[in-house]
Every structure is written in C-alpha cells, then in structure tokens.
Design a protein around this ligand. Sequence first.
Ligand code: DC
Length: 232
Amino acid sequence: MRIAIDGPAGSGKSTIGAALARALGYLYFDTGVMYRAVTIAALRRGIPLDEESVVTEISRNVLIEVRPPTPAENDGRQNTVLLDGEDVTWDMRTPAVDASVSIPSAYRGVREAMVDQQRRIAAGGNLVMVGRDIGTVVLPRAEVKIYLTATVEERAMRRHNELLARGRQSDYELVLSSMKERDRLDSERAESPLRRAPDAIRIDSTGLSPEEALEACLSVVRDRQRPATRPA
Ligand code: DC
C-alpha cells in the first residue's frame, strides 16, 4: 500500500508520516528534503535562485541520498540527507532555506527531475511519502491519501518551538510571516501547487497531540484495509 500525505509547512506531515511508517513497518520518505537539497546546492554554488535554467541543471546533476541515521548521528534527526556525499541534514532546516526553497520548487524542470526519482523510490510499495503534490501528481493512484493541515498560527508556533529546541534563535512573528509567504508561494505556483486531491481525507491537526493526529491517520488506513462490505 502507498500512503500519500500532503499539506502545508508545519502541519505535522514529517512527524506523523514517520510515526505512521514506523507503526506499519513501511518505508518513510519526505520529498521536501529533495527540494531543500537542490536549494542548498544552488546557494552554495553562489547561483541566484531566479536563474531557472542553471538551477534546473543543478537539480539534474546533484546526488541526493536519504538514509536512516547511524547510531553516531542520533541527534533527533529522522533521516540523514547527503548532498553529493556531504551531510546537510540540519543545514537544510535553517530559516534562510525555509525562505528560499519555494523558488526552485516552482520550476518545472526541477520538479520533473525530483518526481522521477520519487516515483522510482515508491515503486517498491509499502511506503509513506510526504510532500505537497504526492496525492495529486507523484502518486495519483496511491491507495491512501491524507491531506494534513492546521491553522497557520499553530504551524508557526510548532516551527518556532522546533528551532528553540535545537538551540537556534527564533522570533515567532518572523516565523509566522515567513510561513504565510511560503503557503502563498506553494499554493499559487503554476506547477503542481499545494492542493488537496479530491479523494484525499482531510485531517486538521490544530489542537491535536502528535499521538491523536497519528491515531486519526491510522484510522484512515484501517478503513482502507477493511474489505468493502456488500449489502446482503
Ligand atoms: O515539507 P518541507 O517544508 O520540507 O518542504 C520544503 C519546500 O519544498 C516547500 O516549501 C515546497 C517544496 N515541496 C514541494 O514543492 N513539493 C513537495 N512534494 C515537497 C516539498
């Protein structure tokens, strides 16, 4: 079974997606890390992000590897992300990357390169894949589709608390305005905008604990696993 989870930044997709995959014994894959890796690759080469053809070329040539953390890397990360062999797991979670990642993600060529790889990863089945366009574009025939959301204020507060927990400086009002801007860019772009697939179940995690949100997702999966009952 392939489980697609989409939703805006901070809706709990990664936490809940990873927990759901653990509960089911499935592979977990967060597609956001790929767009973040391309953004870092361009920034490190000093390429202005509005140079679409150069950024697209980079996305076709970088090697992005995602693997479970080794015991030595056990610092709260869900996965280790390597960009051309270098560990960029935390470098890709900075406010600077948050503020610029929507630019490369809007380019058609970048998306094509990423979606190709994502479909290959999903071909083995039994996985939870999270992102913005999984149920609509990457895996339109996924057996389970969930659209996870929450109010922008709650999502910003979660991101703010995550940054503080990692010992970073954070200002809630700045996180909130950056998140509103990213929501706008992700949902208004022409290529694969963030939107709920018509057949996705919407779960609003506002005010829910991670355990409650996980339970809501598990119950969607259980409903799908139950054989359809026919009227006698
Ligand atoms: O889920 P995230 O915040 O790590 O995603 C970072 C950015 O990547 C997000 O602002 C939009 C983009 N993205 C995308 O366009 N499509 C996806 N499937 C996943 C992420």
